[in-house]
Design a protein around this ligand. Structure first.
Ligand SMILES: Cc1cc2nc3c(=O)[nH]c(=O)nc-3n(C[C@H](O)[C@H](O)[C@H](O)COP(=O)(O)O)c2cc1C
Length: 176
C-alpha cells in the first residue's frame, strides 16, 4: 500500500481550498486502496526560502521549519496537489514550500488539481505547477483535473467527481 498526501495549496483565512481538498480527500479514500492524508500548507508555513539552495539535502535544510516539512513530505510515495490560481500561477506559500526542500519530492508520482470560482478553472496555475513538478523529476498524471465554477451556481458535482475519478485512476496506475 502506498501513501498519498493531498496537499492543500492555499493558505488564506477564508479560502475555498479547504472545502475542495476535503472533497478530494474523501473521493481519494473511497477510490484508492492507498493510505491518504491531508497536508495543509497553512499549517506548515515556512519563511521565504533563506537557506543555501539547492545544495541542501534532507537533513540539513537551513530554512526554519524545512527539516520538519521534509520529514512530513518524505513519508509519501505520491501527492495530489490542490491549487487555486493567483495571477496565473500557484499561491506563493505553495511554491515556497515546494522550493524549501528537494530530495523528498524527487521521482515521486503526482496529480494536479485546480479549482476556481470562475469558469476558467485555473488552468494556467495547473500548467505552471505541472512544469514545476516535472522539474523535480516527478511523474505527473498527464491531464490535470480542473474544477471550474467551484462554489457557484454553475458548479457541477457530477462532472467534478467524474474528472477526479479519472485522475485518481491514472495516479493509481503510476503507483502500482
Ligand atoms: C492574489 C489572488 C490572485 C488571483 N488571481 C486569479 C487568476 O489569475 N485567475 C483566476 O481565475 N482567479 C484568480 N483569483 C481568484 C481565485 O481563484 C479565488 O479567490 C479562489 O477562491 C482562490 O482560492 P482560495 O479561496 O483557496 O484561496 C485570485 C485570487 C487571489 C487572492
Amino acid at each position: 500500500m502506498a501513501k498519498i498526501q493531498v496537499i492543500v495549496g492555499s493558505a488564506r483565512k477564508q479560502r475555498l481550498g479547504e472545502e475542495v481538498s476535503d472533497f478530494v480527500l474523501k473521493q481519494a479514500k473511497q477510490k484508492l486502496e492507498h493510505e491518504c492524508e491531508l497536508v495543509d500548507v497553512k499549517e506548515w508555513l515556512l519563511p521565504y526560502v533563506t537557506g543555501d539552495m539547492p545544495s541542501a539535502t534532507s537533513d540539513n535544510y537551513q530554512t526554519d521549519g524545512a527539516n520538519e516539512w521534509a520529514s512530513k513530505i518524505g513519508e509519501a510515495d505520491g501527492y495530489i496537489f490542490v491549487t487555486p490560481e493567483y495571477n496565473a500561477s500557484i499561491p506563493a506559500p505553495l511554491k515556497n514550500n515546494i522550493d524549501a526542500i528537494y530530495d523528498e519530492w524527487l521521482e515521486k508520482s503526482s496529480l494536479v488539481i485546480t479549482y476556481s470560482p470562475s469558469k476558467g478553472g485555473a488552468a494556467s496555475a495547473g500548467n505552471h505547477l505541472h512544469d514545476i513538478l516535472e522539474r523535480l523529476k516527478m511523474t505527473v498524471v498527464a491531464d490535470d483535473v480542473n474544477f471550474p465554477s467551484w462554489g457557484t451556481d454553475y458548479a457541477d458535482l457530477d462532472d467534478y467527481k467524474q474528472k477526479l475519478t479519472a485522475g485518481l485512476e491514472e495516479l493509481a496506475k503510476l503507483l502500482s
